[in-house]
Design a protein around this ligand. Sequence first.
Ligand SMILES: [Zn+2]
Length: 303
Amino acid sequence: MGCWANIVRHLEGVEIDGVTFKSCLRSKLGIGDKIMFWKDIWVGAVPLQDRWPVLFRSDLKKNDNVRDRFTSEGDIAVLNTDWVMDLTSVEGISEAHDAGMLLHQIKFSGNKDAWVWEPDKNGVFSVAAVKKWLRGGRLTHGISAMKWEKWLPIKVNFFVWRLRLDRIPTRSALLRRNISMPSCVCPLCETGIETAQHLLLAECIFAAEVWSRVHRWCRIVPNYNNSILDLLNLKDVSLNSKWEQKLIRGVFMITCWVLWKERNNKVFNSSKPRVVEVVASVKAFSFFWFKHRTRFKDVVWND
Ligand SMILES: [Zn+2]
């Protein structure tokens, strides 16, 4: 699954019209070495971690594949007996009973594990099918039809898509959802209140310095009054060719994504972000993806 595993990780928490991304993706058991026993949907309608929360909590091997939990005896797969179940509560006992019923007739097909995308009528799981699903929902702000930049990886497109919907978990966004925060101050400049608009635009002195250098690199005069939407829609930017527009828009998307990455790195790993390094990352990602994901293979670095 490789690349798909990545997509799944990035989309895991997404919900459209009350339907989660994960619940749309069903696995078809083959050998069982790519499907996670607890976390993927492979038997029944929900992941087993939701079906048996008590057993899941006490299990030490939460990331096991389905294969790891069974031994083959001829055609039949027998559940391994080294699973220590928590049978100290009524819930635990009833879950264990259910587990015994559900898992006693599992069959491995011997084919590769496969993924079925429920919203697609043929079950085909593809980037196009997922995008269709993401766009199909009744999204707020009336901007469901965001243009994806194909030369950027899905994780960057997806980040920007969430950004446009104001779904980035900044400190003030978390506070809005009643999650208590020790502080709402922006981790990058340590002065302003952290909102998406602050963190990713010129309100933040750290971000402003990054943007100023990125604009200079793109040979564009910045407009610091722009909103994120204006910025990504290339308002005030006049460019000649379609590819130039795609390139600049992509670089701006990468800048937002890198700023968010740096912010997380500081919050979670206590890193000390520096403007020059952030700008260097923006340039390096832009160059790498442009070279490898477009037909412009011969593009050269021009700092
Ligand atoms: Zn700031």
